[in-house]
Every structure is written in C-alpha cells, then in structure tokens.
Write a protein that binds this ligand. Structure first.
Ligand SMILES: [Zn+2]
Length: 400
C-alpha cells in the first residue's frame, strides 16, 4: 500500500504543504491549500487557469467539474464522487465558501492522476501536479474497484453481512405505541434484533459485523464506511416503522416492509425515507447532503449493478420475515435512504414492524418476537447468498 502515507497525510491534514503546484503547457501556478474544514482543499477556480478544468454547480447541493472534457460529479459535503458511472470514496466532500467551490486536495493529487492516468502525473516530493498534452497520452487504464476483496478462485470465501441497527445515542428513533405509556424505543429494538441476527448468521456459517454494538450514534454516512472497512459483502439496516399520525387509523397500521435504495416511488416510501434520513439532525458533523442532491446520486446508482442485487435480497428477506410476522406484508419498496447510499454494496433496509401499533410494539420488544424476526432475516440472507453463489459459479463456468 504505497499510497498510504500520502492518503494518511491528507486525512489528518498534517504534513500538507501550504501550496500545491499545478503545471501544464499553459504555465505553472502555485495554488494555496486551505484547511478550513478540517481537511485540505483548494479552490477549483485556482486550478482552472492552468489545468483543463471547468467547474459548475448545476443544482443546489451538487457540483460538477469537467477535467480534460470528462465529468466528475459531486454532492456538496458528501465524501464521494461519480466518474464514468462509478462512485469513488473521498475522505471529505467538496464545499462552497465565499461563493467559490473548494475541492478536496485528495481528489486533485490522488483521484485525477489515478483515474486520468494518461493526462495527469503527481510528483509527491515536489508536490506538483502536471497535466500532460494529449499527444503523449497512453490509453486509460481500468478504474479500480471500489471496495471489498475481489472474488478469488477456489472455494467460496466466507461471506460477511454488515448489520446496521438504526439510530442510537441521542437519536432514539421512533417511540411507541400510540395511545399508551410508550414503552418501545426504536434504537433499543434495532440493536437487540441486529445482535440476534448476527447470532443466527453465525449458526449458519455466515460472518456478521455490527455498525454499532452500543447505544451510540454513528453518522449515517459513516455506517456504510464502517461496513466496507470491515470487509462486508452485504449491508442490512434494521428499523422500526411509525405510522403517520394524520392517517385515518394511525394506531392500526402494522406490518413489515423492506426497502432497497432507489428513488422513492410512492408518497409513503418517501415518508419512511425522510423519517430515517432525519437522523442526520443528530450528527455533529456539518453539512450532510439534503434530499435533492441524494436524488442526484441515486440517478446514477440506478445503473449500478448493486441495485439488482439489492432488490433481489430485499425480496428474499421480505418473503421470509413476512411469513413469521404477525402483521401484514407491505412488500418490497424503494426509496432514497442516505444510509444505503454510502454502503457501495448490495444493501437493504427493513422496517421490522410498526412501533406505533400496540400488538406490534409488544411483539417487537419481546424476546420471542425479536428472535423470530432475527431468524427469518437470517433465513432470507442465507437464501440470497446461496442463490448468489450459484449464479457466480454458473457465470464462472461459462467462458467469456
Ligand atoms: Zn428508524
């Protein structure tokens, strides 16, 4: 990992020179590096006179930078960008200050030379980025995969599922049921069920990691990052639903539903996504992206292969849980959940029942109910993984 020292320097902001030099056939320029948000960044406008670079903020909360005619798309303050249909993580996102777009230094000195290898070269000792003329350009190399170890030959690797107990710490989640002294707190139920799912998976020889194991708050965008760092293949977020108080029979609403990440199709799906995305209110790090820019990333995720896998996993998990659930099956739905957007792997979010409904609140807080739901979730995940390995084996058997 030769990149590590530089990456570490960029993450922590230490050892970052105050200027980075950019050079091209148009000249050379020393661009000031700012550390005003805890990570080094440079103004895109400072790069533009020398590099073939053009910045635009096409809609609120989003930014696009064209470099040698290719587009890099960002969500302001979100630690990733899209390039040629793929998402790439960053340590921090671009931001706007004093009407100027600032891009992370990491993107300039790491991402550009890596993704536009034939056009950019970064000299770490001189801290100098050079744009090469097109004539010297070599054919571009393949972009690096995002995360997760590549599937190797030999026996199937032990799969790891990231279990994400919704909410935590000051973010209690929903409280229920309606009409009695409320005894259900979502953050407690999600943690208990996630722990039980982990045990059930272990019994089936499937690995599990939890994004939180205590009553603590993990930022939505960090949950996916935690899962990736721990080598997870799948991401499963667990939540408890709440009826909209304006519904005609709000206390009567019950049942289980499973979501995968895509733009919300119905008003109800939008309600659930907005409710779960609310958690960002409790996060102390500033500038979480809001609804609109999320939709912008989602448009691109729709082309992502994970979407198909996520929707299949959602179907199987919904099926097995609905079978043991005392409420109705509300089906598989799609909506834009922030927590799923940053996972970069097949990801689903299950609303295991309505805490606003008295019988369901009893079921969800009881050990028997929790165990039953957990076993059913594990069944669904196991089925999905079996099916996935079968498909993988048959695609490897077919040459080409
Ligand atoms: Zn929730």
């Amino acid at each position: 990992m030769t990149r590590l020292p530089l990456a570490a320097a960029l993450v922590w902001g230490w050892a970052t020179p105050l200027v980075v030099t950019v050079a091209s056939s148009r000249g050379e320029r020393r661009v000031p590096v700012r550390v005003e948000r805890g990570f080094p960044a440079v103004a895109a406008a400072d790069l533009a006179p020398v590099l073939s670079l053009e910045a635009a903020t096409p809609r609120a909360g989003a930014a696009s930078v064209r470099v040698v005619g290719r587009s890099f798309d960002f969500v302001l303050d979100a630690p990733y960008f899209r390039f040629q249909g793929r998402l790439y993580p960053l340590v921090a996102g671009p931001y706007v200050a004093r009407d100027t777009l600032f891009v992370p230094l990491q993107w300039v000195v790491e991402s550009l030379p890596r993704l536009l290898e034939s056009r950019y070269r970064f000299d770490t000792t001189r801290f100098r980025l050079e744009e090469l003329p097109e004539a010297l350009a070599r054919p571009p190399s393949r972009p690096l995969p995002l995360a997760g170890p590549p599937p190797g030959p030999g026996p199937a690797r032990r799969r790891i599922v990231a279990l994400d107990p919704g909410h935590g710490g000051p973010d209690v989640g929903m409280v229920g049921p309606i009409g009695t002294g409320p005894f259900l707190r979502e953050k407690q139920v999600t943690l208990a069920v996630a722990r039980a799912v982990a045990e059930e998976l272990a019994r089936r020889g499937i690995g599990a990691v939890l994004t939180r194991t205590k009553d603590t708050l993990i930022a939505l965008r960090d949950r996916g990052r935690v899962a990736r760092a721990r080598g997870a293949d799948l991401f499963l977020s667990i939540h408890v639903n709440a009826a909209n108080p304006r519904w005609r029979d709000a206390e009567g609403a019950r049942g289980v539903e499973t979501y995968f990440l895509a733009e919300a199709r119905t008003e109800d799906a939008l309600r659930v996504a907005q409710m779960e995305n609310e958690s960002v209110r409790f996060e102390t790090t500033a500038g979480a992206p809001s609804g609109d820019p999320l939709a912008f990333i989602l448009n691109d995720l729709a082309q992502n292969e994970h979407l198909r896998e996520s929707s299949r996993m959602a179907e199987l998990v919904q099926g097995t849980v609905a079978r043991v659930h005392p409420g109705e099956s509300r089906g598989v739905k799609q909506a834009g959940f922030m927590v799923l957007a940053t996972s970069f792997m097949p990801a689903v979010l299950i609303e295991i029942g309505f805490g606003s409904n008295y019988p369901e609140a009893r079921f969800l807080t009881g050990a028997t109910g929790q165990r039953r739901i957990a076993r059913a979730i594990a069944d669904g995940v196991e089925r999905y993984l079996e099916e996935y390995e079968r498909r993988l084996a048959s695609s490897e058997a077919t040459p080409g």
